[in-house]
Design a protein around this ligand. Structure first.
Ligand code: HEC
Length: 256
């Protein structure tokens, strides 16, 4: 009995010690061509000028992650289910890459050459699928402004005289992902948000809005005065960086 426990413990330790990290596999086998993250606005400028600005070798990991999640398998199933489908896609694609299987946006496909096959085993592929699936969300948290719970936001807003901004989303809402990826992480928007706003994100499928506000479609943005008592503005939809900056400054002017 005792030896069994010992053996089991050793086995368990082994799997923990030798569990493959998708991040490491990516760093070793993919990062020589695929950069991790570049703000979308810069990327767009680069693609408009036929990749002459950044001279990328391949799409960024961020782009791959968003596209895999959007294009491979069923994005509305649970994460584990979709990760499995992404793993299958990768297993095939890394062995036999081909333009026909591409999940990239049509407009940028002509920019890059064909990817050469890359040798990865089954465990590495599984780890990669996991890492690449999670990266999109990780990137939005890492590169976006800090998010708070509503209670925290109330305290900070009151103390620092900031406006509370609730970003309302629902999972799988493409417009919400688009805003997070293209607008909320851009340096000018982050600077404006950090200066005068406190950000709260709410999943409107399961979370209620404060002050009896009725939810709009998603994505939507709800601005509340720093004392937490007054709705300053509610807007629905997506917009460019410039439009969003304009919205922020118009809301700011309401409290002056
Ligand atoms: C020698 C450079 C190079 C290496 C190394 C490399 N890739 Fe790529 N990869 C590319 C290029 C170039 C493209 C774009 C080709 C295309 O769109 O057909 C690409 C495209 C992709 C795509 C998108 C497929 C699509 O829809 O177009 C995936 C997914 C991908 N790579 C994953 C990986 C992973 C995972 C690794 C590491 C195991 C890796 N790549 C290593 C150059 C590379």
């Amino acid at each position: 009995m005792k030896t069994k426990v010992v053996i089991l413990t050793i086995l368990l330790f082994n799997t923990i010690l030798f569990a493959i990290s998708g991040e490491e596999v990516f760093e070793n086998k993919c990062a020589s061509c695929h950069t991790y993250y570049i703000p979308q606005k810069k990327l767009n400028q680069n693609y408009e000028q036929n990749n002459t600005v950044l001279k990328l070798k391949a799409p960024t990991l961020t782009e791959l992650s968003f596209r895999l999640k959007d294009q491979v398998g069923d994005r509305t199933t649970d994460a584990e289910g979709q990760k499995f489908e992404i793993e299958e896609f990768l297993a095939d694609y890394l062995k036999y890459p081909s333009k026909e299987k591409s999940v990239q946006r049509k407009e940028i496909r002509h920019i890059f050459p064909q990817m050469p096959p890359v040798n990865v085993d089954e465990d590495e592929t599984e780890a990669l699928a996991d890492f690449m699936y999670e990266y999109a969300e990780k990137m939005m948290v890492e590169h976006g402004v800090k998010r708070y719970s509503y209670d925290e936001a109330l305290r900070i807003a009151e103390k620092e005289k900031k406006i509370i901004l609730i970003e309302g989303f629902i999972p799988f809402c493409r417009g919400c992902i688009w805003m997070d990826r293209n607008v909320m992480v851009e340096p000018e928007v982050k600077a404006a948000l950090n200066k005068d706003f406190v950000l709260v994100k709410k999943n409107l499928l399961v979370e209620k809005l404060p002050l009896g506000m009725k939810r709009l479609g998603t994505p939507s943005f709800y601005f509340i005065s720093s004392d937490g008592k007054r709705v300053l503005e509610m807007v629905e939809g997506t917009g460019t960086v410039e439009e969003y900056l304009e919205l922020l400054s118009s809301v700011k002017s309401k409290v002056k």
